[in-house]
Design a protein around this ligand. Structure first.
Ligand code: ATP
Length: 639
C-alpha cells in the first residue's frame, strides 16, 4: 500500500530547516527511484520529497521540480544546455584524472557516462572539498551553462561542469552528468513529476489545515489535485509560473493564477483513429457532430498578444514564428475589428498561390525551418483554421465547439488562398459523409476530422480525445493509422544500396517504462534521395552500444545503433504478435511483443520529438482494434 508520509528525520537530517535544500537530498531520491520499478511507489517517493521541501524550504520547490523534470525552462523557450558528448567526456576525464580514451572505453562497457563518472570519482581522493551543492545552486549553474555562447563558451561550460563534479558527494555526480546529457533515465517521466507535485500539494495543504486525510477521501482529493495540476500544466506549461502560484494561492485557486495566456503555447488536442465512417456513426450516435477536411500540412497554433504581436507554435510547442513570417504579415488583414488577442488552432498548408490548389506535405517540407525572409519565400501557405481557444483575454477551452466555431467565424475574415476556415459539413448520414470524405481526398487532404459540436465538445489540451475522430484515406487500405516510429538501428545496404543503410530497425516508445521497443524492420518506401539523406543524418548519431533503454531481441541485432533522434511516419498492412519484436510486450501477450507487417516509410516527422512517437499502449490499442486480429498470422513478415 502506498503510504504518504514525510521523510524520516534521518533522511532530512542532511539539512536543517531554513537552509537551502542540498542537491544530495534530491540525488538520493533519484537513486531510490532508479532502483524502483513500481510507478505508484515512484510517485510516492517524489511526492514525499516535494512535501518535505514544502514544509521546510518552500522556495526550493521550484528548483526541485525543475531538476526532477530535468527542465530548465519551458520547451517553447528553446533553452538548450549546448553541451556535446565530447565536452562531457573531457570534463569527466579531467575531474577524475583519467584519459579521455579510458573514459570512452568504460562508457562502452557500462553504457552510461553518469555511472562511469560516479565509479571513477569514488576512487579519487579529494583533500579540500568545495561547499556542498544545493538544488537551487544546481539550477543556477545549469542555467548559466545554457546562457554561455560565443567563442570560448565550450571551455567555460566544461569548467562549470568540472566545478560541479568536483563538489559532488555520494551519487550526485551520476545525476549531474545525466542532467547535462538531457536524460535522467531513472524511470521518472514528466507526467509522474506532475502527479507527485499534485499529491505533495494536497497533503501539504491538509497538513497545514490540520486535516487527516484517509481512505476514499484521500484518494478523491489526490485525484482532484492531479486533474487540476495536469490541466494547468497543459494551459501554462511553465513551472516558473505554476510552482510559485501553487505555493501562494493553493491548489484550488491555482487555475486563476496559471492558465491559458496568449504568447504561451497550449498542448494541442489530438484525435483518435477510427476504422471508418460506420465506427464514427456508432461512437457519435447521440448529439451533433461536424466533419472537417483533415489538411495535410503542419499544425500552427497562432497567437496574437495584446498590442498585435504574433507568435506561431508547432504541434510540439516549439516557436515557429520565424519560419512563417508570411503568416504573421498576412494575418492582420484577416482579423475582424474589435479582436485584440487570440489563440487560433490551424493547419498551415502549402498551396499553389495562383490556383489555390492544395499541395502535398512534401512541398511544405521544402520550406526553410527558421529565420525565413518574407520576400524570398517560394512555397506559399494557406492557413486553414479550425478552432479558436482564446479571444480578447478570455479562455474558450470550456465552451463547446459549436460556440468556439461561431466565434472563430465572427472574429476572422476569409482571404482566399491565404486564410480560410477548415471546410466543414455537419451532415450526419453515411452517404453524405462518404461523399465529403471522397471530396477531401480528391482535394489533396488526408481524410476527415469528425468532432462533437455540443455535448462533450470542450477543447481538451494534450488529450488524444474520443471527441475528435480521424478518418484517413489510408484506413480504407488496412491498418487504422500510420505510426510514428524511432529508428534505433540500421543494417548496411547491399547491391544498389551499398554505401547507405539498406534497412532500419524501428521502435515505438513506452512512456511508462521510458524505453524504446522494437516494432519492425523496414526497407520499403525510401526514395534514393531519402536513403542518402537518412544515411547522412543518422550516421552522425551512431552509438557504439544499444542504450540500456532499447528493448529488442538479439536476433534482430543491427549493424549500427543510433541514439533516439528522429521520428518517421510509417504505414503498414497490419499488426501481428511477433516472436522477435517486443513492442507493447505485456500489454496484449505476456511474453511476446507486437510487430508491424509490411511497413512502408512515408516521411520524417520533424514536428514530433522522440517521446511523441507512437506509444506501446497505442500499438496495443491498434492491434486490439484490428477487425481481423484473429486472422493475422502470428509471424514476423518484415521486409
Ligand atoms: P498524424 O498527423 O500522424 O495523424 P498526430 O498525432 O500529429 O498524428 P492526429 O491527432 O492524428 O495528430 O491528427 C491531428 C492533426 O491533424 C493535427 O495535429 C493537425 O495538424 C491536423 N489537422 C488537419 N486538419 C485538421 C482539422 N480540421 N482539425 C484538427 N486537426 C487537423
Amino acid at each position: 500500500a502506498v503510504q504518504y508520509h514525510k521523510y524520516s528525520p534521518k533522511e532530512a537530517a542532511i539539512w536543517k530547516e531554513g537552509e537551502a535544500v542540498p542537491y544530495l537530498f534530491i540525488a538520493r531520491v533519484f537513486s531510490k527511484i532508479e532502483a524502483q520499478s513500481k510507478r505508484l511507489l515512484i510517485t510516492e517517493m517524489m511526492a514525499n520529497a516535494f512535501r518535505t521541501i514544502i514544509a521546510v524550504s518552500p522556495e526550493d520547490l521550484l528548483p526541485a521540480v525543475c531538476l526532477a523534470a530535468n527542465k530548465l525552462a519551458p520547451d517553447f523557450m528553446g533553452v538548450e544546455l549546448g553541451i556535446g558528448d565530447s565536452i562531457m567526456i573531457k570534463a569527466v576525464a579531467e575531474t577524475c584524472g583519467r584519459s579521455v580514451e579510458s573514459i570512452k572505453a568504460s562508457v562502452e562497457e557500462e553504457g552510461d557516462l553518469g555511472t562511469v563518472c560516479n565509479a571513477s570519482r569514488a576512487k579519487q581522493m579529494t583533500f579540500c572539498k568545495p561547499k556542498p551543492l544545493t538544488a537551487r545552486g544546481m539550477v543556477k549553474t545549469l542555467t548559466e551553462i545554457a546562457q554561455l555562447s560565443g567563442g570560448s563558451s565550450q571551455l567555460k561550460k566544461k569548467d562549470k561542469v568540472k566545478a560541479m563534479l568536483v563538489a559532488a558527494r555520494e551519487m550526485e555526480a551520476q545525476y549531474i552528468v545525466r542532467s547535462l546529457q538531457g536524460k535522467m533515465r531513472i524511470g521518472l517521466a514528466e507526467s509522474t513529476v506532475l502527479v507527485a507535485l499534485a499529491h505533495a500539494a494536497v497533503l501539504s495543504e491538509a497538513d497545514k489545515a490540520g486535516k487527516k486525510l484517509r481512505g476514499d477521501a484521500l484518494q478523491e482529493e489526490l485525484a482532484e489535485g492531479e486533474r487540476i495540476i495536469k490541466q494547468v500544466y497543459c494551459e501554462m506549461p511553465n513551472y516558473e509560473v505554476i510552482v510559485p502560484a501553487l505555493l501562494e494561492h493553493g491548489l484550488h485557486h491555482l487555475h486563476e493564477h496559471a492558465s491559458l495566456t496568449a504568447g504561451i503555447p497550449v498542448k494541442p488536442m489530438l484525435a483518435k483513429p477510427t476504422k471508418g465512417i460506420s465506427e464514427v456513426l456508432d461512437r457519435f450516435s447521440s448529439g451533433r457532430f461536424t466533419c472537417e477536411y483533415k489538411y495535410d500540412g503542419e499544425r500552427a497554433q497562432i497567437h496574437m498578444l495584446e498590442g498585435g504581436k504574433i507568435k506561431i507554435f508547432s504541434r510540439n510547442s516549439e516557436d515557429n514564428t520565424s519560419k512563417y513570417p508570411d503568416i504573421a504579415a498576412m494575418l492582420p488583414k484577416a482579423i475582424a475589428p474589435g479582436v485584440t488577442s487570440f489563440i487560433l488552432d490551424a493547419e498551415a498548408v502549402a498551396v499553389n498561390s495562383t490556383t489555390g490548389a492544395i499541395q502535398p506535405f512534401q512541398v511544405l517540407s521544402t520550406r526553410k525551418r527558421k529565420d525565413a525572409d518574407v520576400d524570398s519565400i517560394v512555397v506559399r501557405v494557406c492557413v486553414f483554421s479550425f478552432d479558436l481557444l482564446f479571444l480578447n483575454g478570455e479562455s474558450l477551452l470550456q465552451r463547446p465547439l459549436a460556440e468556439r466555431r461561431e466565434l472563430l467565424h465572427k472574429s476572422f475574415l476569409e482571404l482566399p488562398n491565404e486564410f480560410q476556415f477548415a471546410k466543414a459539413s455537419d451532415a450526419a448520414d453515411v452517404e453524405a459523409i462518404q461523399e465529403f470524405l471522397n471530396e477531401s481526398i480528391v482535394g489533396n487532404c488526408e481524410g476527415l476530422m469528425v468532432k462533437t459540436l455540443d455535448v462533450d465538445a470542450t477543447y481538451e489540451p494534450s488529450k488524444r480525445s474520443l471527441n475528435w475522430l480521424k478518418v484517413k484515406k489510408d484506413y480504407l487500405q488496412g491498418m487504422t493509422d500510420s505510426c510514428d516510429l524511432v529508428p534505433i538501428g540500421a543494417y548496411f545496404g547491399k547491391g544498389k544500396r551499398t554505401g547507405v543503410y539498406g534497412a532500419y530497425l524501428l521502435a515505438c516508445y513506452n512512456d511508462e517504462e521510458e524505453e524504446y521497443q522494437s516494432v519492425c524492420k523496414i526497407g520499403t518506401g525510401f526514395s534514393d534521395t531519402a536513403l542518402a539523406e537518412l544515411h547522412a543524418s543518422l550516421s552522425a548519431r551512431v552509438t557504439s552500444h544499444a542504450p540500456s533503454y532499447y528493448r529488442t531481441s538479439d536476433s534482430l541485432a543491427p549493424d549500427v545503433w543510433f541514439e533516439p533522434c528522429q521520428v518517421w511516419e510509417v504505414m503498414a498492412a497490419d499488426l501481428s504478435i511477433s516472436p522477435v519484436h517486443l513492442a507493447a510486450i505485456g500489454l496484449v501477450d505476456a511474453a511476446k511483443g507486437i510487430a508491424l507487417r509490411f511497413p512502408r516509410f512515408l516521411r520524417v516527422r520533424d514536428d514530433k520529438s522522440v517521446e511523441d512517437a507512437t506509444s506501446s499502449a497505442q500499438i496495443a490499442e491498434m492491434y486490439n482494434n484490428q477487425a481481423t486480429t484473429k486472422a493475422v498470422p502470428a509471424d514476423d513478415e518484415d521486409d
